[in-house]
Design a protein around this ligand. Structure first.
Ligand SMILES: Nc1ncnc2c1ncn2[C@@H]1O[C@H](COP(=O)(O)OP(=O)(O)OP(=O)(O)O)[C@@H](O)[C@H]1O
Ligand SMILES: [Mg+2]
Length: 217
């Protein structure tokens, strides 16, 4: 069976896309799933991290920011793995749009700030436009990112997402040192609160049918 293609996109820079891809890819590869990451961001943040820092179970990585080749890159990897995660640039370029069009589902990380909530809504509209153009459904959810669980700002941002009718996951990633450190250490948090948050997100995405189940041994 061909892999699930999960694209992580937001028109807002710095929303936590690459961090989410690092955490999901490392966690699922550690489970034994065959995971590929296509880095469609010309800045190659994921690809250079995986070359220079990543320590963990093997993840196949392909950097392809050229929109004329991106869909082919995804197609070539899909038969070889269980999951293709696509990281995109934070400025809504054509490669990001193609990555959305190629996806089975789209995650839109959103930090608790007004600009992020606005841009999350815009990103969901982009996904809807791509789905319409492709004449198929492309499900998408906002994933709260960098949440400071207890702050009023975080609660307000979640309330705004809900008030705007933006579909979101219940699980999200908190604003945690472990996620920031991962960019230097190369180690994806497997335990602690950060690890639990990633596990919660994985479980919710599996419930939605957006991730393959754990490998059977
Ligand atoms: N959950 C988190 N906890 C702590 N720090 C985080 C978290 N998510 C992201 N960061 C930090 O915020 C910064 C931006 O995150 P990241 O690079 O993942 O965003 P991005 O959406 O991929 O950005 P770009 O649009 O530039 O590609 C990074 O320094 C990262 O370490
Ligand atoms: Mg990034």
């Amino acid at each position: 069976m061909a892999a699930t293609v999960l694209t992580v996109a937001s028109t807002k820079g710095g929303a936590g896309k690459t961090t989410m891809v690092m955490a999901l890819a490392g966690t699922l590869a550690a489970e034994g799933l065959r995971v590929a990451v296509v880095d469609a961001d010309p800045n190659r943040a994921y690809a250079s991290w995986s070359e220079a820092a990543y320590e963990g179970a093997a993840v196949t990585v392909r950097a392809e920011a050229d929109e004329t080749r991106l869909a082919t890159a995804i197609d070539e990897l899909a038969p070889l793995v269980d999951l293709v995660l696509v990281d995109t640039a934070g400025f809504g370029n054509r490669a990001a749009l193609l990555a959305i069009a190629a996806a089975d589902a789209v995650l839109v990380p959103c930090t608790p700030s007004r600009a992020d909530v606005e841009q999350a809504a815009k990103t969901l509209q982009l996904v809807e436009g791509a789905a319409r153009a492709a004449r198929r459904a492309i499900p998408a959810r906002v994933v709260p990112s960098r949440l400071k669980q207890v702050t009023a700002v975080s609660r307000h941002a979640l309330a705004e997402l809900d008030a705007a009718g933006l579909p979101r996951t219940q699980a999200g990633l908190g604003d945690r040192v472990a996620f920031a450190e991962m960019t230097f250490s190369g180690r994806v948090p497997g335990g602690g609160e950060a690890g639990q948050e990633v596990a919660g997100l994985v479980a919710e995405l599996r419930g939605l049918g957006w991730l393959p189940g754990p490998p059977s041994r």
